[in-house]
Every structure is written in C-alpha cells, then in structure tokens.
Design a protein around this ligand. Structure first.
Ligand SMILES: Cc1cc2nc3c(=O)[nH]c(=O)nc-3n(C[C@H](O)[C@H](O)[C@H](O)COP(=O)(O)OP(=O)(O)OC[C@H]3O[C@@H](n4cnc5c(N)ncnc54)[C@H](O)[C@@H]3O)c2cc1C
Length: 267
C-alpha cells in the first residue's frame, strides 16, 4: 500500500471511537456516599462518558503492588455527567476495600470504553421483564430503568432486590419515583432474608419462586412471555436459573435466544 494510503487508513482508525477511546481515564472521586459501613456509592465526574445501560467498566487504584483493577457496573443513567458505582468491600479483597475507602479528591482510573452484554439490547422482546439482583447486583437495573427502553418494550417491569438486611435496600427515592411514574407497569419487590421488613418477602429467591410467592407478590408469572435478567451472586443465579428452567425458560444466548440473561459478579 502506498505510504499516503497508510497514513489515510491510520488517520481514519484514530478517528474511530474504538481506537481513540481504548485505555484508562484518570479521574477523581467526587463523592463516597455511605449507605452503611459495608456499602457505598462511589461517584466520579466524567461528563460525556458513553455506555449502554447495564454495561460495566474497570476501576483501578494504585497499590504497593502496582495498579489493580476490577469490574464494576455503572449505576447512573447513560447521560449523567457523574459515574456512579455501588460497591461493597469484600473481606480480604484486594481492590474493593481500597475503592470503598476512597474519599473526595482521591484518584481513580476508569477503563474505557465501557463493556459487557448485560444490556436490554441483548434481551428479546416479551411481555414481562424481570430484573432480579442480589446485593450490589441491583446496579445495572437502576441504570436501565433510567432509560426509556424497558418502559417502551415491556408491559410489566418487575425489579426484585435480594438482600440480607433492610439497610441494603438502596436508592429508595429513585425506585419510589418509578413507582409513582409507572404505577400499573412497575413492581418493586424487596426480598430481605435476615430480618422482617414490611412489604418485603423473607426467604431465599429460589424457594420464593418454587412456592409461587415471588410471582404472587409481583402479579406476574414466569412463562415464555417473560424475560428474566439475573445479576450478582453466582449461587443465586444458578439456583434461580434451575427454578426458571422448570417453567420452560432457557438461557438467552445470541445464537439461541432464550429468556434468561445473566451477569455473574464472581466465580
Ligand atoms: C461484570 C462485573 C460487574 C461487577 N460489578 C460490581 C459492582 O457493581 N459492585 C461490586 O461491589 N462488585 C462488582 N463486581 C465484583 C468486583 O469486580 C470484584 O470482584 C469485587 O469488588 C471483589 O474485588 P476484590 O479485589 O476486593 O476481591 P478479590 O481479591 O478479587 O477476591 C476476593 C474473593 O471475593 C469473591 N467476591 C467478589 N465479589 C464478591 C461479593 N460481592 N461478595 C462476596 N464475595 C465476592 C471473589 O470470588 C474472590 O474469591 C462485578 C464483577 C463483574 C465480573
């Protein structure tokens, strides 16, 4: 290829977002909002950061062993100038306790572009959209619900948040707004396993599904018109998937579309 054409091709590549964007953005924490001692929302300012609701980035911090990174889902709406991450410090974890300890002004690196296929564009159409998450696994759903897509595509949207304690039920104001905005279309179902909370179910998710309690509370069934997203704890995902398969639901893959789309936070 003549030299002039090589330059042209390189120039075009640099103009494409894939080449221009790949890498790390150095930024700083603007807020570390504490829900309680073991759960926070870490906010960093990055106006114009492009992503699809449901995607994740890697957050990195400098340590004595070098820069260390882990994946975290974006909780904010795609057009929000602040990126928001819901995170828990894992006992003996290498990165999460350091992120959890960050204070406004501290440096953090954000990978770009955002990545992942746990997005509504990967979910086939259906009547009922079930968004089931445990712990910090509610995060990607909060971002999705802040977009028009779930409300436009599904007749009913059910957000199920499984936690141990009432204090883990995060972002109540935002959820209340959707309850007010979509009273017929939206159902929020907290599930709290270690204490009794008004309005919450109080057993493990697979058991609640097996005994039809989750469906009764949500006013919706699991059938071929359902699309179910599962996010968070791998044991929950495995056990709930087994229950859903009893209703004929199958894992959703690009080559074989189904009804169960998953994002597992650890192995
Ligand atoms: C796509 C994706 C998105 C993620 N999004 C989030 C998020 O939004 N918020 C968030 O807090 N975490 C999220 N995680 C988990 C996160 O990437 C880290 O694994 C977690 O913060 C632990 O990192 P660490 O370095 O402290 O622990 P490590 O030193 O890497 O590992 C400690 C051990 O803890 C286990 N572990 C990881 N996460 C948890 C957990 N939450 N509870 C119990 N055990 C755990 C791992 O299996 C590992 O064996 C996500 C993971 C993936 C793959």
């Amino acid at each position: 290829m003549p030299y002039k054409d090589v330059i042209l091709v390189l120039d075009r590549m640099i103009q494409t977002s894939e080449v221009r964007m790949a890498g790390w953005l150095q930024t700083h924490v603007v807020e570390n909002f504490s829900w309680h001692a073991k759960l926070c929302s870490l906010r960093v300012e990055l106006p114009g950061f492009a992503f699809i609701a449901g995607q994740f980035v890697r957050l990195a911090v400098e340590t004595a062993e070098g820069r260390m990174q882990r994946a975290y889902s974006l909780v904010n709406a795609p057009d929000d100038p602040q990126l928001d991450f819901l995170l828990t410090p894992v006992a003996d974890g290498k990165v999460s306790p350091r992120l959890h300890a960050l204070q406004p002004g501290d440096t953090v690196w954000v990978s770009q572009p955002a990545t992942g296929f746990f997005t509504l564009s990967e979910v086939p159409d259906g009547k009922v959209l079930w968004l089931i998450g445990t712990g910090t696994g509610i995060g990607p759903y909060l971002s999705m619900l802040a977009t028009a897509e779930p409300w436009r595509r599904f007749q009913r949207v059910v957000l199920v948040h499984g936690v141990r304690h009432a204090e883990d039920l995060v972002y109540p104001e935002r959820i209340r707004q959707w309850q007010q905005q979509y009273p017929q279309q939206f159902h929020y179902q907290p599930v709290v396993t270690r204490e009794n909370v008004t309005g919450a179910l109080a057993a493990r998710l697979p058991q609640l599904i097996q005994q039809n309690q989750l469906q009764a509370a949500a006013g919706a069934n699991f059938d071929r018109h359902s699309q179910v997203m599962l996010c968070g704890n791998p044991d929950m995902i495995k056990a709930v998937r087994t229950e859903l398969e009893q209703f004929g639901l199958q894992k959703n893959l690009r080559r074989t579309p189904g009804q169960i789309t998953v994002e597992q936070y650890w192995a």
